[in-house]
Design a protein around this ligand. Structure first.
Ligand SMILES: *[C@@H]1O[C@H](CO)[C@@H](O)[C@H](O)[C@H]1NC(C)=O
Ligand SMILES: *[C@@H]1O[C@H](CO)[C@@H](O)[C@H](O)[C@H]1NC(C)=O
Ligand SMILES: *[C@@H]1O[C@H](CO)[C@@H](O)[C@H](O)[C@H]1NC(C)=O
Ligand SMILES: *[C@@H]1O[C@H](CO)[C@@H](O)[C@H](O)[C@H]1NC(C)=O
Length: 488
């Protein structure tokens, strides 16, 4: 889930009276360098060992998970990579009401893996639990869950080694005038955020925040595009003599001011998610993604902080790999946040400052399905009444987020559009013959239909090692048969 309203009043470019410069202590973190989010909402996830190899090969020393997936954690054993494990929001109520459940979670999902040489450093309690779209569902459970998990970590004797945190959306703070120095926790949830922040601060834990200039651009057509980038030519925002030339710095410093205002001037900050999608929207493309990510990495490598916070910024890229089963409720871009495509191949050149060549290292030893695609038959009649139904079925169960205005396949003609939808469904179903039987209109071809920026994908072989997923065909194919029956 991305933030829907991260920095609402950016348009108000007011000058604030005085900047109070408060000296501050460095928050000492363990490993410098970049981290990455590893999400697993994919129809064809890479084997965990392949992902860990990808992290190591690219010098990514920290990884953030959204749960405590056993396969992922087992693969991270002895890698040395620092790990943040997550408690999903739907477990918060249980963790809040039962200290036994919290102890069990810590024992099974932290202690066990620590003894198996997994370098777990953080437990993320919830994920953006105060996001406006949740209607306050997790307002009351997040804090008691956090307390119970912290108590469980203490009881297990690992609280010095493993810290709790709560990844928050950047809309938990705001600026009444639009400049960072007016930053404070959002008025309607002020007490909840204060309580959590105080608890984290008292326990030597950091404040984790997800910052998304892309979303600002997505939701506000008046947002100055250049202000989203680090090398942009935007008119600077003047905050009492401090100038801001990019949204990230201004947003981060709004948090610094909010923390300061509430009595936490030295609290550590982790940027839990930062990234730019490469498709699914007119501003989601490889060019912008490359520009944003490289801008962020170059500034990270320089060790330069923001105007209000000197020193290195600790951050986790969002995301490592595309996930084709994420909800597209926030937008079609949601499945395209990866620095790598679903198969671990780089999308654009990016120097993370961690490899000798300065280039991204692709995932290796992959097994792809055969080079064949499902497309619209040449003989199919475009006015065949079954086509619209077939396309919407294929798109509902496949992935058509690369179709549409300004996307990588936005330039296709009507026939190619239909082929794209059919192929997506076919590949997701592991090229089963039955998955390319749209009534009288589809056929399998060995000629790659890809054209220009539009890639007609081939899937990798399904990975059956994960415990949580049944891949394959049963449900899908039964569905297509049903569709055939309805059409006929
Ligand atoms: C450990 O984490 C997994 C994956 O997030 C979860 O399904 C499981 O319920 C957790 N175990 C306990 C004992 O809570
Ligand atoms: C939030 O409230 C809206 C309107 O009342 C509702 O449509 C939506 O389903 C709710 N969402 C959640 C996550 O409860
Ligand atoms: C192709 O599909 C997209 C998404 O459904 C649609 O917006 C576009 O108009 C289609 N193009 C043609 C030429 O039919
Ligand atoms: C498919 O083609 C056959 C033979 O041309 C025809 O009898 C049948 O009605 C067609 N089915 C559909 C769903 O159009």
């Amino acid at each position: 889930m991305r933030n829907l309203n991260p920095y609402p009043s950016i348009g108000v470019w007011q000058i604030c009276s005085i900047v109070v410069l408060i000296p501050f202590l460095y928050w000492v973190e363990s490993v410098n360098g970049i981290g990455a989010n590893w999400g697993t909402q994919s129809s064809h996830p890479l084997p965990p060992e392949t992902v860990v190899k990808l992290l190591v090969d690219n010098g990514i020393q920290k990884v953030k998970l959204f749960d405590a997936d056993y396969g992922a954690l087992r693969a991270l054993s002895k890698s040395g990579i620092e790990v943040m494990v997550g408690i999903p929001n739907d477990l918060l109520a249980t963790m809040a009401t039962s200290s036994k459940a919290a102890e069990k979670w810590v024992s099974k999902n932290v202690s066990t893996h620590l003894s198996n040489s997994v370098n777990i450093r953080y437990v993320a309690v919830g994920n953006e639990p105060f996001l406006a779209t949740y209607n306050g569902s997790f307002l009351r459970t997040t804090f008691p869950a956090l307390q119970n998990i912290q108590t469980a970590l203490v009881k297990a004797g690992i609280a010095n080694r493993v810290k709790v945190t709560v990844p928050q959306n950047a809309d938990v703070y705001e600026s009444s005038t639009g400049v960072p120095s007016s930053g404070d926790f959002r008025a309607d949830i002020h007490d909840y955020i204060f309580q959590i922040t105080k608890f984290l601060n008292d326990n030597g834990s950091p404040f984790t925040v997800n910052i998304y200039p892309f979303i600002s651009l997505y939701i506000d057509s008046n947002f100055p595009v250049e202000y989203a980038f680090f090398d942009g030519q935007a008119t600077p925002v003047n905050d009492g003599g401090t100038t801001y030339t990019n949204m990230f710095d201004a947003n981060y410093d709004t948090l610094v001011w909010a923390l300061q205002k509430n009595g936490f001037p030295n609290m550590g900050i982790i940027v839990g998610e930062i990234g730019w999608p490469s498709d699914g929207d007119r501003n989601g493309n490889n060019e912008y993604a490359q520009r944003f990510m490289q801008g962020f990495m170059t500034r990270t490598a320089s060790g330069k902080g923001t105007p209000m916070r000197q020193g290195p910024i600790e951050a986790y890229l969002f995301s490592l790999i595309d996930e084709d089963e994420k909800s597209i409720q926030p937008g079609n871009f949601e499945r395209h946040w990866g620095v790598f495509y679903y198969d671990g191949q780089p999308k654009y050149s990016l120097n993370l400052g961690t490899t000798t060549t300065g280039a991204l290292v692709p995932a290796r030893d992959l097994k792809y399905l055969q080079r064949k695609w499902c497309v619209l038959k040449d003989s199919a009649k475009m006015d065949d009444p079954s086509i619209p139904q077939s396309v919407s079925y294929a798109c509902a169960l496949g992935d058509c987020t690369s179709l549409g205005y300004g996307t990588s396949c936005g330039g296709l003609d009507a026939q190619q559009n239909i082929s794209y939808a059919f192929n997506s469904y076919y590949q997701k179903n592991n090229q089963l013959d039955e998955a390319c039987k749209f009534p009288n209109v589809s056929t399998v071809t060995k000629d790659d239909p890809s054209t220009g920026t539009c890639r007609f994908g081939i899937m990798i072989e399904p990975y059956y090692g994960g415990a949580h997923k049944t891949l394959g065909s049963g449900g899908f194919v039964a569905g297509l048969v049903l569709l055939l029956l309805t059409v006929l």
